[in-house]
Design a protein around this ligand. Structure first.
Ligand code: NAI
Ligand code: MG
Length: 395
């Protein structure tokens, strides 16, 4: 029997490609696991009318750790048209299996590390006062609340009368009260104390475990007083338990400016769902973008690890494959760290760092080429060659 059971969800398109590469690296580093294949994504929407089949939910309930590639999703009307003929007209409505998985398993803490690798041609550089350039090393980990806030789905266009009446009880709503209700759209931003506290605690614990000196609450409490304010207040209270770590407070808009000026200043950043989404994409761009952006979705009982990128349909049929497997491989490292197999995680991260610094083997995105079949002829490595090189550097 293997030491670990992992639910393997390759998904669609390049999700399948990079998933296989991550498993190859995990095998090479000696990770003793049985991978339980689980269906997810477009294929299962089309065939079964359900992009997150019950069998997958059962596997996650049983084994509690998932490694996930990426899926394809499409807008509702397009999705309905692509359903197989026997499922048409059954009233099936497409939903995102990722959002559903996050909600079902309450994967409320999303962790997105954004770390520069020395020698990565995609690293952020900055002009110095004397006209030269410098390349600050970014090492920021974003903790994004994954289940609430503006993504809670509590929203209306033309809100029902009881909702409209309830809003009218708020003095600031007076200026909307005479608008035609059918011309009003409302998306609510709901924060709960419990979820805020969980993510802020996780952020502080991460800072302590990995030696970051600060946790920054990145919200907008001066304007969004109730929700952002709650987050900041909890941060202040929590900091008393973590007196070795500083609490900083930035507004999301200012933070987006600061990350283009002095990104190396920030350690751990914690934010609600929407702002966390924004700030993590911003930081990911400084360290190489989608080919490098890994993530973890961690709940109390279950965790799923995945690259931030999607299924990149443009490239799914290229043979050989050209996409960068590093985001997926780093996501697998996050899984290893999560189950305290840190030695194996460090070995893989070191191997990735060596391959990038040596710069002999580069994916098309690292060469700043436009993706397509010709990139290999222009010197880009294939997906498999990058993995091979990483495996060769494991020690
Ligand atoms: P995408 O992330 O799939 O691709 C956007 C572009 O980023 C690609 O065309 C490519 O230029 C680059 N890229 C992505 N991954 C790369 C990699 N590993 N190496 C090198 N370059 C890479 O996003 P897009 O095109 O907006 O969406 C495609 C499909 O993926 C859609 O159906 C979308 O709904 C889905 N999607 C799924 C996600 C998930 O499974 N978590 C996340 C984002 C999109
Ligand atoms: Mg993904």
């Amino acid at each position: 029997m293997a030491k670990y059971d992992i639910v393997g969800m390759p998904g669609d398109g390049i999700g399948k490609t990079v998933y296989d590469e991550a498993v190859r690296v995990l095998d090479a580093v000696g990770f003793d696991a049985e991978y339980h294949h689980a269906d997810i994504g477009w294929e299962f929407w089309v065939k079964e009318g359900n992009p997150l089949p019950d069998s997958t939910i059962e596997l996650l309930e049983k084994y509690k750790i998932g490694l996930f590639g990426a899926i394809t999703s499409k807008p509702k009307t397009e999705a309905a048209k692509e359903l197989s003929p026997e499922l048409q007209d059954k009233g099936l409505v497409y939903f995102s299996p990722i959002v559903k998985m996050r909600q079902l398993f309450n994967l409320d803490i999303c962790i997105r590390p954004c770390r520069s690798f020395k020698g990565n041609p995609l690293n952020f550089i900055r002009k110095t006062a004397d006209g030269g350039f410098e390349e600050p090393m970014v090492d920021t980990v974003i903790f994004r609340q994954n289940t609430e806030g503006l993504y809670s789905g509590v929203e209306w266009t033309n809100p029902p009368p009881n909702v409209f009446e309830a809003f009218k009880t708020h003095p600031k709503f007076a200026k909307y009260a005479d608008e035609p209700v059918e011309e009003i759209a409302i998306s609510s931003r709901i924060f709960t104390y419990k979820a805020c506290e969980r993510i802020i605690r996780a952020a502080f614990e991460h800072a302590r475990k990995f030696g970051y000196k600060s946790v920054t609450v990145c919200e907008k409490p001066n304007v969004i007083r109730e929700t952002s304010g709650m987050m900041l207040e909890i941060g202040k209270t929590m900091q008393k338990e973590f007196s070795d770590i500083q609490l900083w407070n930035t507004n999301i808009d200012a933070q987006m400016m600061w990350l283009t000026k002095n990104p190396e200043t920030y350690g751990v950043i914690v934010a609600g769902n929407m702002f966390g989404d924004i700030v993590s994409d911003g930081f990911a761009g400084l360290v190489g973008g989608l080919g490098f952006a890994c993530s973890a979705n961690v709940g109390e009982n279950c965790a799923v690890f995945e690259p931030t990128h999607g299924s990149a349909p443009k490239y799914e049929n290229l043979d050989p494959s050209i996409v960068n497997p590093i985001a997926m491989i780093l996501s697998a490292c996050m899984m290893l760290d999560h189950i305290n197999e840190t030695e194996m995680a460090d070995k893989i991260k070191n191997a990735v760092a060596v391959v990038i610094e040596e710069g002999k083997v580069k994916s098309y995105d690292m060469m700043k080429l436009t993706g397509g079949p010709d990139v290999i002829a222009n010197g880009a490595a294939t997906t498999q060659q990058i993995t091979d090189e990483i495996i060769a550097k494991l020690q």
